[in-house]
Design a protein around this ligand. Structure first.
Ligand SMILES: Nc1nc2c(ncn2[C@@H]2O[C@H](COP(=O)(O)OP(=O)(O)OP(=O)(O)O)[C@@H](O)[C@H]2O)c(=O)[nH]1
Length: 308
């Protein structure tokens, strides 16, 4: 009965005597190691597995022969024994427990139990990848691929706090595509989406520093956080962004009599240290008012929030 149970067990079991010779080798071990019981019984464990050069296993065996059980950490010892689920396949991921066995005669033996945890490990790996993917989706805009509003909200709070603490400047740009309602009305929503993607990519191509953040703030509105830039640099960047979008030469024949027949953007700019603003809400408000001024003054331009 015991033999039948050992043969049927879906777990590897081998028993070593005090000289580390193999005295029990169940069918599971034979199947996944490729070595039959006849080949290994009576032989020393390291003679059977010369590659089993794992000091942790040696220590665990020594400990078990002194009467103390141990379980090998799965993160540190993923696949100590050369076992494969199928010939030519990858090494099986293993959970290994080493347990003392006291026989009636008094001699202490050591039972090694091996479980195949490959499926669990693979599932864990997949979950980790999915978690990372979900996290990046949570913070990026599905259409344009740039940061979304949620990402912006978190980043602007952090950057304002950092700038205040370090006493460094911080610029916020609010960007809006001009006459985009007319664009959608005349060219269709789908082409409107394509244009949003192109504009986002054009803006992103100019922002090189890792701390700069371009986000889709809302429908056809973008925001840019530019830490540690003085006012002339920030203004130059805003101008460059405006020119870059205009240079895409995306036709827009419905911009009114004063407008250029291309897609353009208006930009409102506010700085933490020049707008006299202390809070994130005030900074956004100042940039928003400057954007409104840029629209009122004819669009396709950059306007700065008044100082102080
Ligand atoms: N295609 C597309 N259109 C969008 C999206 N989000 C917002 N819009 C459109 O953007 C337009 C915004 O128009 P308004 O805010 O009225 O302003 P505007 O026409 O851009 O005019 P000004 O801002 O005054 O230059 C609306 O027609 C929205 O439907 C989007 O994801 N895709």
């Amino acid at each position: 009965m015991l033999e039948a149970v050992l043969a049927a067990a879906d777990i590897g079991m081998l028993v070593l005597d005090s000289a580390r010779r193999i005295v029990l080798w169940n069918r599971w071990m034979a199947r996944y190691s490729g070595r039959t019981a006849t080949e290994v019984l009576g032989r020393e464990l390291h003679a059977v597995f010369p590659e089993l050069d794992n000091r942790r296993i040696d220590a665990a065996i020594a400990q078990a022969l002194r009467g103390f059980p141990s379980v090998l950490s799965q993160t540190l010892h993923k696949a100590p024994f050369p076992l494969v689920a199928q010939a030519g396949g990858p090494r099986m991921q293993q959970a290994v427990a080493v347990t003392p066995v006291a026989l009636p005669g008094g001699e202490r033996h050591c039972l090694i139990q091996i479980t195949d945890v490959s499926a669990a490990v693979n599932r864990e790996r997949l979950l980790r990848v999915q978690a990372l993917e979900l996290r990046s989706q949570t913070f990026s805009d599905g259409l344009t691929g740039i940061a979304n509003r949620r990402h912006f909200d978190v980043a602007v709070e952090k950057e304002v706090r950092r700038a205040k603490r370090a006493g460094t400047p911080l610029t916020l740009l609010m960007i809006d595509i001009d006459h985009f309602k007319a664009y959608n009305d005349h060219y269709g929503h789908q082409q409107g989406d394509e244009t949003l993607v192109r504009v986002a990519a054009a803006l992103a191509s100019l922002l090189q520093r890792p701390t700069d953040l371009l986000a889709r703030y809302g429908g056809e509105e973008f925001s840019v956080i530019l830490p540690e830039m003085d006012e002339p640099q920030a203004l130059a960047m805003a101008e460059a962004l405006r020119r870059r979008v205009r240079a895409l030469d995306i036709p827009h024949g419905h911009t009114g009599p004063a407008g250029e027949p291309f897609v353009t953007i208006s930009i409102g700019m506010a700085m933490l240290d020049t707008a006299g603003v202390a809070s994130v809400a005030a900074l956004i408000g100042a940039a928003d008012r400057a954007l409104y001024d840029a629209k009122r003054c004819g669009r396709n331009r950059v306007m700065s929030a008044p100082h102080g």
